[in-house]
Design a protein around this ligand. Structure first.
Ligand SMILES: [Zn+2]
Ligand SMILES: [Zn+2]
Length: 133
């Protein structure tokens, strides 16, 4: 069981199954979306995801291709990614404790911010997975 919550604690959720496919994307769009050097995101089975509290104060932003993010309107934490109004993944920053997964790959490292220093020894790709750095 994985649980997560926003910064102010009003919004909480649980995932009854495992997180999958954890990755970090360093593209300029993910930097904006996650307000950080990169995304840190893992996929979930939509049927295994449940909001426990605060669903009523969630706000959504949906981008061009139908993918969106949901965040707490009170504190601004970005909690999950949605597609067709279903939760398809969670931001690792809002996960509590040890979710028993590690970031498996770093993608779009070729467009990382100039100020970001990428540690050595991690699996990284200049763009997507087909394009090893
Ligand atoms: Zn909050
Ligand atoms: Zn990205």
């Amino acid at each position: 069981m994985v649980t997560g919550e926003c910064f102010c604690g009003e919004v909480t959720y649980q995932v009854s199954g495992k997180l999958r496919d954890a990755k970090s994307c360093h593209c300029s769009r993910c930097r904006k979306a996650f307000s950080s050097q990169a995304s840190a995101y893992a996929a979930v089975d939509p049927q295994e995801f449940t909001w426990l509290s605060g669903e009523n104060i969630l706000t959504s932003y949906v981008g061009e291709q139908g993918f969106g993010l949901q965040f707490c309107s009170q504190c601004g934490s970005t909690l999950c990614g949605i597609f067709n109004e279903k939760v398809h993944g969670v931001t690792l920053g809002c996960v509590n404790g040890d979710p028993d997964i590690e970031i498996g790959m770093h993608i779009y490292v070729g467009s990382k911010a100039t100020w970001e220093v990428i540690p050595e020894g991690i699996l990284q790709y200049k763009e997507d997975v087909s394009d090893s750095l």
